[in-house]
Design a protein around this ligand. Structure first.
Ligand code: AMP
Ligand code: MG
Length: 481
């Protein structure tokens, strides 16, 4: 295994606190992502060796730390920091990655939290992150889930676990807010320089690096969130501390994939106002980027007045850019590579139909790509057939063949996604796997499908069913931690 690196320590020390993960009696590996481990050259005994109370073999090669950050949570600004996450160090292979533990005990930023995580929540994060990767969506990766052997208290007593996760960087919009509102302009500049060097070195060459940086982050975030819209993903907690500068999705808490198309769908029991509903995600990412721009104002121009003028005209462009990216993505879902007024009309028309008919988001598009059973498809209904006629006429007018459309659609429309009722049903068994490293067969069967989401054959039909009304009710709201 390569030595861990610590470029983060180039930053002023106010950006982190050195802290060691707890040691647990009877820590053991529950899930281990061998493929990822091979890529990163991390041995299977490394994390359990760090967590196990009887072993100290790996301690001397790490200098773990937690990151300081602030953030707007549901619109309210507050100081946060890694309350239950510890970066073990950076793995440098072809690129640099943070290797982080989540749930490994308290840190100076824990406030009243216990620094722990439940086995269920960490397994959920493992499932969703690996499914996102397979959907070709930028995401944090999961290296493994490790049982701590402890029981922790949430609504009842639950088994605890640690997730090892890997990400290009955990720097978030909230890290910049922290530097701006709790530290100095020098610290803010140091953070910007470090982040540019690590993630977007080409910004250095721009005449205004801060502005170029925001522009680049906006591009990667719009790319990310349009992918979420493509696959019906609802993040659930799009706070600025959960918006990574790297453009990776992360912190999979109360997230879910939508079943019936409903722009107002929310999955988090704490999101009473629908702030983070499916259809609001485009507006929210713009809002978060405005918070990033505000935080960087002093580096946009030394004159506050001038900085504001530049920033104002700059952020006015966000909406148009979002709409353009969103239309591009949705156009591909209906099989075309170039968006125009007509494709926009087709997309809007189809979404409206799906909303009116309560159609399943994934299956409606899957049925355009493959001959799936009629029971899963809305396309026998008259209104949908009419839409299909318009869709065909448009394609004919452009000389785009069905073959070409199918090719584009099959790359953009998943067939099997980790539907929440199935994920929850698998998680309800996870407690039984404790001390059973082989895990459950159903979990492995599900993972083999969810990590190959674009393929269709009849054996997959059982995994394509939307939940029954009862299943949906049972799993509608939760806030697993
Ligand atoms: P999240 O919404 O999961 O990203 O978490 C928001 C903040 O709460 C972050 O600062 C977390 O580190 C912190 N947090 C969440 N759960 C715990 C916990 N069990 N103990 C300490 N801090 C926590
Ligand atoms: Mg978070």
């Amino acid at each position: 295994m390569n030595k861990l690196d610590y470029s983060y320590f180039e930053l002023p020390s106010a950006f982190y606190s050195k802290v060691r993960p707890l040691k647990f009696k009877g820590a053991s590996t529950l899930l281990f992502n061998e493929k990822l481990a091979r890529k990163l050259d991390i041995s299977e005994d490394f994390i359990p060796g760090l967590l196990d109370s009887t072993s100290e073999v790996f301690d001397e090669i790490t200098s773990p730390f937690s990151q300081a950050y602030a953030g707007h949570q549901f619109g309210h600004f507050t100081m946060l920091g890694d309350g239950r996450a510890i970066v073990l160090g950076e793995v440098v292979v072809d690129k640099r990655f943070d290797l982080q533990l989540k749930g490994s005990g308290p840190t100076p930023y824990s406030r009243r939290g216990d620094g722990r995580a439940t086995l269920k929540a960490m397994t959920r994060e493992y499932i969703i992150s690996e499914a996102m990767e397979a959907l070709h969506i930028p995401t944090s990766r999961s290296l493994g889930v490790f049982s701590t052997g402890e029981r922790i208290f949430r609504t009842g007593s639950e088994p605890g676990a640690v997730l090892a996760r890997v990400m290009k960087s955990h720097i978030r919009v909230g890290t910049f807010e922290y530097a701006r509102y709790f530290l100095t302009n020098e610290a803010l500049q140091a953070l910007l320089n470090y982040t540019i060097e690590r993630l977007y070195p080409s910004c250095k060459l721009a005449s205004n690096p801060a502005l170029e940086f925001i522009k680049t982050v906006a591009e990667t975030q719009f790319e990310l969130v349009t992918h979420w819209m493509r696959v019906g993903f609802i993040h659930g907690v799009m706070n600025t501390d959960n918006t990574a500068i790297s453009g990776e999705s992360f912190d999979y808490g109360p997230c879910a994939f939508m079943n019936q198309y409903d722009p107002n769908a929310v999955f988090s029991s704490i999101d009473k106002q629908g702030r983070y509903s499916f259809g609001n995600q485009g507006a929210i990412i713009q809002w978060n980027l405005v918070r990033l721009t505000e935080a960087l104002l002093p580096l946009i121009d030394p004159s506050e007045e001038q900085a504001l003028i530049i920033a104002r005209s700059f952020i006015q462009g966000f909406e148009e850019e979002w709409n353009m990216k969103y239309q591009e993505m949705m156009t591909q879902k209906i099989g075309f590579s170039k968006a125009d007024n007509e494709t926009e009309r087709l997309v809007t028309g189809l979404l409206k139909l799906m909303e009116q008919h309560g159609s399943d988001y994934t299956n409606t598009f899957a049925a355009l790509c493959y001959a799936i059973p009629n029971s899963l498809s809305p396309w026998e209904q008259e209104a949908f057939m009419e839409w299909k006629n318009e869709w065909n006429s448009y394609a004919n007018s452009k000389g785009i063949t069905m073959e070409e459309r199918l090719q584009t659609m099959r790359m953009n429309n998943p067939v099997v996604i980790p539907r929440n009722h199935l994920v929850e049903s698998i998680l309800s068994e996870v407690e039984l796997w404790e001390n059973d490293t082989s895990g459950s067969t159903r979990f492995h069967e599900a993972m083999s499908l969810w990590t190959n989401p674009y393929a269709y054959d009849e054996s997959r039909i059982a995994w394509m069913n939307p939940p029954t009304a009862e299943e949906n009710q049972a799993h509608q709201t939760y806030c697993g931690t």
